[in-house]
Structure formats: C-alpha cells, structure tokens
Design a protein around this ligand. Structure first.
Ligand code: C5P
Length: 206
C-alpha cells in the first residue's frame, strides 16, 4: 500500500522546507505541486492559453529556478482559480501520490482534494509578517532589489486569492494537524512533522 503525506498551507510558511526534509528522512518521493501551477502561470505570461498549457505540461520539464520569481507566483495563483487548469493537473498529482516508496506532496489542496485519503495531513502556517520576512530574505539572497513591503503585499494578495477561490481553495482538511512555524526553528518544525509521520506508520503497522 502506498503512503502519502499531504502538506498544505499558505505561501512561504515553510511547506517546501519541511516536505524536502521529511522526504529525505523517510526516503519518500517529493512533489512541490506549486511548480505545476507556476509552469502554467509562466506559460500564460509567455502568451499561452493556461488550459492548453496545463493539458500539455510535461512535469519532467519543469525548471524550478526559472519559476521562482514573484511575477510567476502571482501568475500561478491567477491560473490556479481555473477549474479546467486544476483538472488537467490532477491525474499527475494523484499518480505521484501512489508512488510505491511513499510520497510527500505540498500545495494548497492536497489534503482536501488531491489526496483526501492521505495517511498524514499537515497544514503548515505562520503569520503573514513572518512569511513575508522569510521570502524577502530568500529573494534578497538571490540579488533581488524588492522591498519587504512589496513582498508582504504579494504574499497577502496570493493568500486572499488562494483562500477565496471557489474551486479547491486553500484550506486545512478537517483531519489535518496544524503546524504554526511563526516561532519555530526549521529543525523544530521538521521534528514535529517526522514524529507525526512515525506515529501514523506505527498505527498502520498495528
Ligand atoms: O506553492 P507555490 O507558492 O509555489 O504556489 C504558487 C501558486 O500556485 C499558489 O499561490 C497557488 O495559487 C497555486 N497552487 C494551487 N494549488 C496547489 C499548489 C499551488 O492552487 N496545490
């Protein structure tokens, strides 16, 4: 039987960091589902029709570094409101979740829509101010000249759109465990996630 960990939450809450660490710890495959939406957003910015881009997307082709800009993030959240775009990306995500070695998927609707039967569901969050500051530092380290205020405005605009859309809005599944990383170190957040997964594995083994 496959073992799936669903990690959802708003932008820059630490989902990616926790997901990568958990995947490395347990030997699970990891899919950052935001990259799929970012690739469709980038395709739209290049003049493509988002639905056609989503339907033709080859996830093996994604260049994560090229998709990390704030402009592409906003475009991703714009195309992500379209149910046809979301539908086109569903089968790949579900297939990935069934990988025999186990899988961690991070995104916005993994525990609610893509993998409602996931064995572990986490909702990783942090205050908007913390999230903006972390993202600002990341962007600064990459040489970006953006300001903290601009990053905060971007993060909030994206959260509002992601939580307010009618199809698959950003939301914690009823059975998700909330991890608020505002006052946690990366190591503490990862340790909490690892412990929750170990518990679920023990329960399954009986
Ligand atoms: O996670 P990331 O910030 O890369 O996601 C970019 C955008 O893609 C999000 O703001 C959201 O609009 C969209 N997204 C989504 N569902 C997912 C993952 C990402 O709608 N599962």
């Amino acid at each position: 039987m496959s073992f799936t960990v669903a990690i959802d939450g708003p932008a820059a809450a630490g989902k990616g960091t926790i997901s990568k660490a958990v995947a490395a710890h347990f030997g699970f495959a990891h899919l950052d589902t935001g990259l799929l939406y970012r690739a469709v957003g980038a395709g739209m910015l290049a003049g493509g029709d988002p639905v056609v881009v989503a339907q033709g997307l080859d996830p093996a082709d994604l260049d994560a570094d090229a998709l990390r800009s704030a402009e592409v993030a906003q475009a991703a959240s714009e195309v992500a409101v379209n149910p046809e775009v979301r539908d086109a990306l569903t089968a790949f995500q579900r297939g990935f979740a069934a990988r025999p070695e186990g899988a961690v998927l991070d995104g916005r609707d993994i525990g609610t829509v893509i993998c409602p039967g996931a064995q572990v569901k986490l909702f990783v969050t942090a205050s908007a101010a913390c999230r903006a500051e972390r993202r600002f530092k990341e962007l600064q380290a990459k040489g970006s000249e953006t300001t903290l205020d601009a990053v905060l405005a971007d993060v909030q605009a994206r959260d509002t759109r992601d939580a307010g859309r009618s199809t698959a809005p950003l939301a914690a599944a009823a059975d998700a465990v909330l991890i608020d990383t505002s006052d946690m170190s990366i190591a503490q957040a990862v340790a909490q996630a690892v412990a929750l997964i170990e518990n679920a594995q023990k329960t399954l083994r009986g």
